[in-house]
Write a protein that binds this ligand. Structure first.
Ligand SMILES: Cc1cc2nc3c(=O)[nH]c(=O)nc-3n(C[C@H](O)[C@H](O)[C@H](O)COP(=O)(O)OP(=O)(O)OC[C@H]3O[C@@H](n4cnc5c(N)ncnc54)[C@H](O)[C@@H]3O)c2cc1C
Length: 439
């Protein structure tokens, strides 16, 4: 057998003991983590979710090229097609807010097989699909984690109503309001971003008497930054999303993922009365509307703590609804972690059997962090740059024609975010640190 790897033998899991991984949070990303990390040999994965079962509510989710690629690493991409919808002729049409004229089609940066082109779905089938790949017995519902302690030999999860549990590695995937993140970053609060998302997914047949419904997925873009997304989202469902700049007093009257009721629908009808009339026709058939006052907190610049805790998904990059890449960034966090744990394990470096595989947490968490943090910091920076672009470039357009020209210029980028390939990013990091892994 080759010699053990650099400076970390004492933190490798014992040969006879599997690596115990505890995941906190059973959302889309926690579920993906459970499905992916359960593939590691000589490991035992448990997922603790505070709810009594999977959430039944949900809204429109765009699956970017990056999300589809990473999903395909653990699942048959053909099966994903059963619950998504791709608009024609291109996956997304950008339209003028008033005339409805197509200003631009969003396409992939190069021709891809159809299964890997961005598509729309909604949270419930995506969540169910991810959970289908989690081995039985891994998920423990009704387990609300209140605190985590870390020491030299591992971490302890403390629960609201159960006995504490020990683990070698803890994956915090407990969402934007992550209690674990706030435990370690006590002075950081979420702040309102100035925009409320109004979202609802409903049965397509409610539109049967609405004239002029389009078969594509469209986004109507307004001059003040308001936008509306309409389109099929798979499984005979139709999705409505409106992103509206709202003053803080309006936002504070609304609760995250709660119905804004008839008042909300009346507000939308009033707000969009001057827009393309198709929008108000569709608002008129909405059975309800959910409100999401969008919030953000600073993203983690290091996604690990003490070689024992890893943050993933919205817990790590807490900005609601950024570039429609929330799920892909979370999937990619987990894929980077899986690759780093696999490649630094003795199964890879020494050719040990599955039963004898040992893990090198310091080295794998280092590779994971290097793979993710530079990209995530760049995406977060872009969100601030885009704010500046809006203020100093878009908002100073002198008339509608000038605004359209400027808008088209702003819509020319972001493929580097939506088509990010985390596997290539991981390989870049492992190539740089090859000798640390294999000698
Ligand atoms: C308006 C809007 C539009 C969006 N559009 C898109 C889009 O088009 N495409 C896209 O990819 N993403 C989109 N997103 C983002 C996407 O929804 C999120 O990134 C994704 O759902 C995050 O998943 P998560 O598993 O990290 O967090 P969550 O889904 O929040 O899951 C966290 C889980 O942790 C559990 N939990 C919390 N605390 C504890 C605890 N203490 N103990 C145990 N369990 C706990 C919760 O019950 C929950 O099940 C959008 C978001 C918003 C708000």
């Amino acid at each position: 057998m080759a010699a053990s790897k650099q400076g970390s033998t004492e933190l490798m899991s014992d040969v006879k003991k599997p690596l115990e991984i505890a995941i906190v949070g059973g959302g889309i990303i926690g579920g993906f983590a459970a499905a992916t990390l359960s593939r590691l040999p000589n490991s035992k994965v448990s997922l603790f979710e505070k709810a009594e079962g999977p959430r039944e509510a949900g809204a429109w989710i765009a699956l970017t090229e990056a999300a589809l690629l990473t999903l395909s690493r653990i699942a048959n991409i053909e099966e994903v097609q059963e619950f998504v919808y791709r608009g024609k002729p291109e996956p997304l049409s950008r339209r003028h807010w008033k005339t409805g004229e197509v200003l631009k089609y969003d396409t992939s940066s190069f021709p891809r097989p159809e299964n890997f082109v961005q598509a729309r779905t909604h949270r419930v089938p995506l969540h169910n699909f991810v959970l289908k790949h989690v081995p039985e017995g891994v998920i423990k519902y009704n387990h609300a984690v209140v605190k985590i302690d870390v020491d030299i030999s591992g971490g302890t999860l403390h629960f609201e109503n159960q006995d504490p549990v020990r683990a070698d590695l803890i994956v915090a995937a407990d969402g934007i309001y992550s209690r674990i993140r706030r435990q370690f970053r006590v002075n950081e609060n979420l702040e309102y971003k100035g925009v409320v998302a109004y979202r609802y997914v409903f049965d397509e047949n409610l539109l049967k008497d609405v004239h002029g419904v389009l078969d594509d997925t469209s986004s109507w873009m307004g001059r003040d930054g308001t936008s509306v997304f309409l389109g099929k989202v798979g499984l005979q469902k139709y999705g409505f999303v409106a992103l509206i700049p709202e003053p803080p007093n309006v936002a504070s009257d609304l609760a995250w993922n709660r119905s804004a009721g008839q008042r909300g629908i009346s507000h939308l009808l009033h707000y969009f009365q001057e827009w393309d009339p198709l929008i108000t026709k569709i608002i008129n058939v909405l059975p309800d509307i959910l409100a999401f006052p969008l919030e953000r907190a600073p993203w983690l610049h290091d996604l690990t703590i003490g070689d024992r805790i890893v943050f993933a998904g919205d817990a790590a990059h807490p900005t609601s609804g950024v570039y429609a890449v929330g799920s892909s960034m979370g999937f990619d966090d987990i894929w980077a972690l899986y690759r780093a744990l696999s490649e630094t394990s003795t199964k890879s470096t020494n050719d040990d059997s599955d039963e004898e595989t040992k893990y090198n947490l310091p080295l794998s968490l280092f590779l994971f962090n290097e793979t993710r943090k530079h990209f995530l910091q760049r995406v977060e920076r872009q969100t601030f740059i885009d704010g500046e672009v809006k203020r100093k470039y878009l908002n100073v357009a002198k008339d509608d024609a000038d605004w359209q020209r400027r808008l088209l210029n702003t819509l020319g980028g972001l493929d580097w975010v939506k088509e990010h390939n985390v596997e290539l990013e991981y390989q870049k990091v492992r190539d740089e640190h090859f000798l640390k892994i294999y000698t």
